[in-house]
Design a protein around this ligand. Structure first.
Ligand code: ADP
Ligand code: MG
Length: 348
């Protein structure tokens, strides 16, 4: 069902570039055709029919995931539309990366307060630029009027039986993380005036928050190497906890080993007060990192290093899987550290 069901999105908008006198009607279907319809490269049938048609290669499994970004909760209403389009797809690509999958197709469900081309043009560009870069076809979606809300579903392929799941970690495995942790949370703290950063470092951290780079190549390179993986979206402590719960194991993580960017390290070295504790909280509970946390047997250390090198990405060994159920955080000297915030939970 289309317009009658949703309430028509035909609104009179001021044409882009005009100074207000000239109004152009942008209908729901005009909007979809102009901003969200591109030739499908790998779908049998893309946008424009009642459903898209996909063909999945024999021997492959489909990896399917959905992530919703809600205005006022995941982003501010005045968020840069190009960056919002990028992030809406990036967080979904990150889920496919965490399975070791190859992203193929995405759908986009949009609630918009108005059909404003000056917003839709950069938003769709941010989304479609990233889709093109990762070989993903936008194959459908839904468009309705309402408070700004962006919901993306992604479909990827992974060789049957090979996906990197959360339940495969075994006692004795190393625990690894890609890239650096805490930058996005520090960027958010800077934007909200809770921390203060030098201009260049602020822009590096805010970029990590608003333009996350999904670790798709690394996830694929870890197939057959990692025993378990997930993407760090809600803070390392909480997210690693999901691997532990699903794998029925505990872990010991050395928090002084958590990788820091140059910007993060500069801030931690100069920020006043209890900046060491705040740095730990940002790295363990901050969220929005979109790095991969994964486990692998110690015998595969060379293979992990080779996978990372092939993707030009840093990986850091931060701990090990242990018997039990607890995530034990230790400092450099092996002393147990308590009282560090857990992962983000929307309902707590
Ligand atoms: P239906 O009435 O069958 O739900 P719609 O009229 O909602 O179909 O959508 C028409 C076509 O446009 C469909 O192929 C749908 O998948 C696609 N579509 C709608 N909104 C979007 C969007 N925001 N991005 C991409 N495709 C969209
Ligand atoms: Mg529809």
């Amino acid at each position: 069902m289309a317009a009658p069901h949703h309430g028509a999105l035909a609104v009179h908008v001021t044409a882009q570039g005009s100074s207000g006198g000239e109004a152009a009607a942008l209908s729901e279907f005009g909007l979809i055709a102009r901003f969200f319809t591109r030739p499908a490269r790998s779908a049998v049938l893309g946008v424009g029919d009642d459903a898209a048609l996909l063909r999945v290669d024999a021997g492959m499994e489909l990896a399917v995931s959905t992530d919703m970004l809600v205005s006022g909760r995941h982003f501010l209403p005045e968020a840069d539309p190009y960056r919002l389009g990028h992030k809406a797809l990036a967080v979904n690509l990150s889920d496919i990366a965490a399975m070791g999958g190859t992203p193929r197709w995405a759908t986009l469900a949009l609630a918009l307060p108005a059909a404003d081309p000056a917003w839709l043009e950069p938003f769709s560009r941010g989304f479609l630029d990233l889709a093109l870069r990762f070989g993903v076809d936008l194959i459908g979606g839904d468009t309705t009027r309402g408070p700004l809300n962006v919901c993306v579903s992604i479909l990827g392929e992974v060789q049957a039986g090979c996906a990197l799941r959360r339940d495969g970690a075994r006692v004795g495995d190393d625990v690894w993380v890609s890239g650096t942790l805490g930058d996005a949370a520090l960027g958010l703290a800077h934007l909200q005036g809770r921390e203060s950063l030098a201009a260049a470092d602020a822009s590096a951290c805010v970029d990590r928050l608003e333009l996350p780079e999904p670790r798709v190549a690394l996830g694929r390179a870890l197939l057959g190497v990692a025993s378990a993986a997930l993407d760090v979206s809600d803070g390392l402590a909480g997210d690693l906890g999901h691997i532990l719960a699903r794998s029925g194991a505990g872990a010991r993580v050395e928090i002084d080993a958590l990788p820091r960017s140059a910007a993060f390290a500069r801030w931690a070295a100069t920020a006043g007060g209890d900046s060491a504790a705040r740095a730990r909280a940002l790295q363990l509970g901050g969220g929005d990192d979109y790095e991969l946390c994964f486990c692998a047997p110690p015998a595969r250390r060379d293979a992990v290093a080779a996978a990372a090198a092939a993707c030009d990405l840093r990986v850091t060994r931060i701990g090990a899987i242990e018997a039990g159920t607890a995530l034990v955080l230790v400092d450099r000297g092996g002393g147990v550290v308590t009282g560090v915030a857990g992962g983000f939970d929307h309902f707590r």
